[in-house]
Design a protein around this ligand. Structure first.
Ligand code: NAD
Length: 256
């Protein structure tokens, strides 16, 4: 489905980004990976389908490194046709106790990085008359939770950024959409499960059950594979006229 296309997926060494990169590669895209941690394992997984895979270790809080990442994608894979802004971090604390350095990092990685990748990749997409941008927002782009001010601000911001950029690109063959997952059991959420287990004095399974019961009516985690299928749909010809949306996959979280 995506042969001849290239995809840049930020934060793709783990969790949702790795799931999206793996699926796009298995459908024929050449993929530029990015992120920290076990890079070799991520590259091996995405390459599994025989896809062309490159990696760049840009820190998504640093504009100069982000520029180097986009340019490396264009130089090594030929273009940047599909851009998935996925890199993200979390910190949980009330506003009056929120570390200033964590606020700045969350805004930089979860919001500003998408501005930078888009400003750099959009001219090429417009010139080629085809492009797809998927911004991995969150239910927290649509509703709030206590103790997540920076994350909620960044994710609401990325939903607004998605809409504005979609309008600018509307006649250029380029669509710009956000996807809004509820709970997905990745390392980012496991930390919150661990905190819940410690706080309530319960085991891992009970902590997961309580986390889900509080917010996600389906009582099931969404999976990276399901979010990857949604991303692939938004990149497909059937979604050619879908732009500027914020699409929830949240087991009913935002229906409440
Ligand atoms: P994760 O921790 O498994 O993966 C995060 C990825 O981002 C990793 O590859 C990590 O190396 C990378 N990363 C972190 N900081 C970076 C930096 N400065 N520069 C480059 N890469 C960096 O987390 P995840 O749950 O897969 O989260 C992916 C995205 O999905 C995030 O934007 C997150 O906000 C969003 N999201 C997650 C959930 C969930 O329940 N897990 C729900 C809604 C939205």
């Amino acid at each position: 489905m995506f042969s001849g296309k290239t995809a840049l997926v930020t934060g793709s060494t783990s969790g949702i980004g790795l799931g999206i990169a793996t699926l796009l590669a298995s459908r024929g895209a050449s993929v530029m990976l990015n992120g920290f941690g076990d890079v070799d394992a991520a590259v091996a997984q995405v390459r599994g389908s025989g896809a062309r895979v490159a990696y760049h270790g840009a820190d998504m809080s640093k504009p100069a490194e982000i520029e180097a990442l986009v340019r490396a994608c264009e130089a090594e894979l030929g273009s940047c046709d599909i851009l998935v802004n996925n890199a993200g971090i979390q910190h949980v604390a009330n506003v009056d106790e929120f570390p200033v350095e964590r606020w700045d990092a969350i805004i930089a990685i979860n919001l500003s990085s998408a501005f930078h990748t888009m400003r750099l990749a959009l001219p090429g997409m417009k010139q080629r008359g085809w492009g797809r941008v998927i911004n991995v927002a969150s239910v927290h782009g649509l509703v709030a939770s206590a103790a997540k001010s920076a994350y909620v601000a960044a994710k609401h911001g990325i939903v607004g950024l998605t809409k504005a950029t979609a309008l600018e690109a509307a006649t250029a063959g380029v669509t710009v959409n956000a996807i809004c997952p509820g709970w997905v059991l990745t390392p980012l959420v496991q930390k919150q499960v661990d905190a819940r287990a410690a706080r309530d004095g319960v085991d891992n399974e009970e902590a997961k059950r309580r986390l889900l019961a509080e917010k996600q009516p389906s009582l099931r985690f969404t999976t990276p594979e399901q979010l990857a299928e949604l991303t692939a749909f938004l990149c497909s010809p059937a979604a050619d006229n879908v732009t500027g949306v914020a699409w929830a996959m949240d087991g009913g979280w935002t229906a409440q």
